[in-house]
Design a protein around this ligand. Structure first.
Ligand code: GDP
Ligand code: MG
Length: 714
């Protein structure tokens, strides 16, 4: 018989770390909420018949957000054989709030006090035996990152699978009487559907919608229950849900001091000291800017470039291409096939793969920042900034995740309880350059800006600034108006990142990039090579007379005001919709390394002639901000739950990208190269006009509508 064990707890308490330890899998561990938004299952190491399920973090069993519903539904409907409730022991009071609710479900539960390393370091002491008596369930100490106590927790959970769990929240008299009154009503009238009665009565008292729906109670009985609740509410002068919350906290408050001995002499920790500087009101943003500049500088301009140059010039241009080409010639392979292989596949895919070293270095550095706890501070700092403009810092976490890939970034919006803020975040989050956009920045930065170190970070900050500007504008429309939801987040203590964890992150993300290059990008480069080599009558021609040029020439005029109205850039931009790596892949095919020489790496040299500094930056900006790749568009459709909203999002993003690129190119040309000032002024006026128009129209005509329920993939 197989056993199903759920890992439940607050966000950030170490569930996924423990899950990975238990199952040997490599799920993403991040120190901010929203990383695990779907449940994930795995087999317990060494026990084929024990399944462990990692759940999204929750603060209570009254779900507000989509991810919270996943956890609650699992515990209530899927009937796990046991629950391992992970508690962040360094924040024990707050975490136990959820514990009191989980215990009421009657499912055999082990409470795991995780983060004991921090508790010990702080000099605090927790009496495990007393706590275990108080909660009526086994309590195990652990430190998931160190792999301590993890196995014990799982073994304990397996041991108690068939035991009863007896926990009833002690209540004050008034509430107790009401709950008992409800129990009598329930006993006489309702079948429990296999749920434990103490849980049901409390939930009925709280008027929990899900439970009410599930039990299908007749209106007569409901009225009876309602009158009991009303009586209690008027006596205690509070709503029933708050009354129960109060009861839980007073139970914890009264008992916790008996269980935990705090070290009051504790001096300021190193974390506190660092935070004083890093989150300082005035220094925080400059420090963040400096750190991000440093990250991009190292990844793109120094270490990464050196390796990329080697991969491009030596590995691909000389070794692979040289050898393959000799071999193809000696094997008498047809000309067109040689072209496809050398120019199309090696040229295109090679151009993309050339950026793997830079991407790996970038991910290594971002993982380091994440793992040591700094990125969690950034979310906190950005909350302060965002709040000034009426946005929620909660939106920033999806954006942090999007710096790897937009798809999990878009999914991470499930942590947001306010539907309008959630939609808005989905619309904005892909403005942050993801790893696939990085090669575009690096390529243009190298070809046009001589590898200047300010280019990449300025694109990153352009993303953040556009999020803020668009956020402010969107908030002015009727669709998104309203106060931002509060953002609560525990700041983890700083710690030295684990080498294994950081390397694993780097590899996981880098691997995804390489796999994409070998699949989607590979096929796309083949198709692009075909289109650029043949004309409509399928004769091999120069690129300028090819099908691709014909198609590109139709689209190109649209981009002319942005400064890249040639068919090549137009085609590159459009192929970027499939996957952003294709932008570079396309350039690779068109200007391939085929005729590259030692002194003149053809790709960079050819591209250098296509742009001015202004149009180059406009090109990058457009490709960063416009509609994302198909994968991310799919995620937007899933999360928005409607095609209408998906189109609104794509239109909004592409429109924004167009306006930003227009301004950059026109104003840039006017300032840098003495271009037309009239053009610049007209562009500015057009942009202002469009923005005002959008605000006015949306104020009057579009009706807000809530997203339909999401379906989850299992
Ligand atoms: P989840 O949100 O509950 O899945 O939490 P994660 O497993 O993603 O972990 C959140 C953060 O806490 C990560 O940075 C982990 O490295 C860290 N963490 C997890 N367990 C421990 C522990 O026992 N001690 C310490 N110091 N940190 C931990
Ligand atoms: Mg997790």
């Amino acid at each position: 018989m197989s056993i199903k064990i759920g890992l439940a707890g607050n966000p950030n308490c170490g569930k996924t770390t423990m899950f990975n330890e238990l199952t040997g899998s490599t799920q993403y561990v991040g120190n901010w909420p929203g990383v695990t938004v779907e449940k994930k299952g795995g087999k317990l190491k060494g026990h084929k018949d024990v399944e462990i399920i990692d759940l999204p973090g929750i603060y209570s069993l009254s779900p507000y957000t989509l991810e919270e519903v996943v956890s609650r539904d699992f515990m209530i409907n899927d009937k796990p054989d046991a629950i391992i409730n992970i508690v962040d022991a360094s924040n024990i009071e707050r975490n136990l709030y959820l514990t009191t609710q989980i215990l009421e479900l009657g499912i055999p539960t082990v409470v795991v006090l995780n983060m004991m390393d921090i508790v010990r370091k702080n000099g605090d002491k927790i009496d495990v035996n007393k706590l275990s008596k108080l909660l009526g369930c086994p309590v195990v100490e652990a430190s998931a990152v160190k792999g301590q106590g993890v196995k014990e927790a799982a073994e304990k959970a397996i041991q108690i699978v068939n035991q009863k769990n007896e926990f009833t929240l002690p209540l004050t008299d008034e509430v107790k009487q009401s709950i008992e009154a409800i129990r009598r009503i329930v006993d006489d009238n309702i079948s429990y559907e296999g749920m434990k009665n103490s849980w049901i009565t409390i939930k009925l008292f709280e008027r929990d919608k899900n439970v009410l729906e599930k039990l299908k109670i007749s209106s007569v009985v409901l009225d009876e229950i309602e009158s009991v609740i009303k009586k209690c509410e008027s006596k205690l002068d509070d709503d029933s849900e708050s009354i129960i919350t109060e009861e839980r906290y007073s139970f914890i408050g009264e008992n916790i001091s008996k269980v935990i001995k705090k070290n009051h002499k504790r001096s300021e920790t190193t974390s506190d000291k660092i935070d004083k500087i890093v989150t300082n009101r005035f220094l925080a943003l400059p420090i963040f800017a400096f750190i991000m500049w440093g990250v991009y500088y190292i990844a793109i301009s120094t270490v990464g470039t050196a390796m990329t140059d080697w991969v491009n010039d030596t590995l691909f241009a000389e070794i692979i291409q040289g050898n393959v080409s000799d071999w193809l010639v000696s094997a008498n392979v047809a000309d067109w096939l040689q072209g496809l292989i050398i120019d199309g596949l090696i040229g295109g895919v090679g151009a993309v793969l050339g950026f793997v070293p830079q991407i790996m270095v970038l991910f290594l550095l971002l993982s380091l920042l994440e793992d040591c706890g700094y990125m969690a501070r950034v979310a906190f700092i950005m909350d302060r900034v965002f709040r000034k403009f009426g946005l929620s810092g909660k939106s920033f976490i999806p954006m942090l995740i999007s710096s790897g890939c937009g798809v999990p970034g878009i999914m991470a919006t499930r942590t947001m309880e306010n539907d309008r803020d959630r939609k808005m975040t989905i619309m904005l989050t892909t403005f942050i350059p993801c790893s696939a956009k990085l090669p575009i920045i690096a390529l243009i930065g190298g070809a046009i800006f001589g590898g200047a170190s300010w280019v990449a970070p300025s694109v990153y900050f352009l993303g953040i600034i556009m999020i803020i500007i668009c956020g402010i504008i969107l908030k002015k429309t009727k669709l998104f108006a309203g106060d931002p939801a509060p953002f609560v987040m525990e700041l983890p203590q700083y710690h030295l990142p684990s080498l294994k964890g950081v390397l694993m992150h780097m590899w996981e993300r880098g691997k995804a990039f390489i796999i994409k290059a070998g699949t989607i990008i590979f096929v796309a480069c083949g198709v692009i090579w075909f289109l650029k080599s043949f004309n409509w009558s399928l004769e091999m021609v120069d690129a300028g007379e090819s099908i691709l040029a014909d198609i590109g020439n139709i689209i190109a005029p649209i981009f002319a005001p942005l400064g890249f109205g040639d068919w090549q850039s137009a085609v590159a931009t459009v192929t970027g919709l499939v996957a952003k790596e294709n932008v570079v892949g396309t350039f690779g095919v068109l200007y391939g390394i085929a005729d590259a020489t030692e002194e003149d790496p053809a790709l960079l040299g050819n591209i250098a002639g296509m742009f001015t500094m202004a149009s180059a930056f406009a090109f990058v900006a457009f490709n960063m901000l416009c509609a994302p790749c198909f994968a991310a568009i799919g995620a937007i459709k899933r999360e928005m739950g409607s095609w209408k909203w998906t189109w609104i999002t794509l239109g909004f993003q592409t429109g924004t990208a167009y306006m930003v690129a227009l301004l950059i190119n026109q104003v840039g040309n006017a300032i840098l190269f003495g271009g037309s000032i009239v053009g610049a002024i007209i562009s500015i006026l057009i942009v202002i006009g469009i923005v005002s128009f959008v605000i006015i129209v949306s104020k009057n005509s579009i009706k807000t509508q809530t997203t339909p329920k999401l379906s989850y993939t299992k």
